[in-house]
Design a protein around this ligand. Structure first.
Ligand code: 4EZ
Length: 230
């Protein structure tokens, strides 16, 4: 097994690189990839840059070039569900692309022919996450995450995403990573800690809480890696 651990921004993987300590670095297609062995597990770590295209490129590279056989994504997200406060964790059961629209042809939002409106994550990895949360004594919400190439800082857009997809949180990479992993038959797990509420204050909250929420997510992911290494 070789585990891929990815984020979108440097801040999202910094706590992970710090934890593993030593690694080999290589560059592919404008991104750096960090490889090491951690607790008996081979890992490759990278941040993709923001958005669906860069994250799809990085996920595919980790699998095809670096031989990753499972994918753990760690990062921050905007909350939709009122149950989610800043710093809370959410695990995606399934994800959608909220900005994918060929509804002019009668298709539902987020759907393209030969694709699906929602893409699912790996159940076994979600069970590991539940075990880790129980052991830590912390709540872990599961739900739908909506992905799109937009930083959402607008109540109307957020409400549209909620009513269209029943989404609990939103971000800019999860669905594209999950699509790539499902296509290449690699189990995928998407974890996010809340940095903002995708509303008028989102950009300020994001700047204030990116680092602390990214660390909440990264620390949880590393607990999962500990358990996987057993
Ligand atoms: C994207 N990520 C934000 C990147 C923002 C600024 C330079 C997560 C995220 C997010 N995405 C946190 N809050 C969000 C929101 N309100 N809308 C979209 O994955 C880069």
């Amino acid at each position: 097994m070789k585990l891929a651990i990815m984020g979108a921004m440097p801040e999202e993987i910094a706590p992970i690189l710090e934890k593993v300590g030593e690694y080999r670095v290589s560059s592919v297609a404008g991104n750096k990839y960090y490889e090491c062995s951690f607790g008996g597990v081979e890992v490759v770590i990278a941040y993709s840059k923001i958005g669906k295209v860069f994250s799809a490129l990085t996920a595919a590279t980790m699998i095809e070039r670096f031989g990753a056989t499972a994918m753990l994504f760690s990062g921050v997200a905007g909350a939709i569900s009122k149950e989610l406060a800043i710093g809370d964790l959410i695990v995606a059961t399934k994800l959608c692309q909220h900005d994918l629209d060929i509804t002019a042809f009668g298709h539902p939002y987020g759907y393209v022919p030969e694709g699906s409106q929602f893409v699912e994550t790996d159940e076994r990895l979600r069970v590991i996450a539940k075990d880790v949360a129980a052991e830590m004594g912390i709540p872990l919400k599961e739900g739908v995450i909506a992905t799109g190439d937009q930083f959402v800082a607008d109540a109307a857009r957020k409400e549209w995403i909620e009513s269209t997809f029943a989404a609990d949180a939103l971000e800019m990479e999860g669905a594209s990573v999950a699509v790539v992993c499902n296509a290449l038959n690699v189990p995928v797990f998407i974890l996010r800690a809340i940095s903002d509420a995708a509303d008028m204050d989102a950009s300020f909250d994001f700047d204030a809480f990116l680092e602390s929420s990214a660390k909440v997510s990264a620390d949880f992911i590393m607990k999962m890696v500990d358990r996987i290494g057993g």
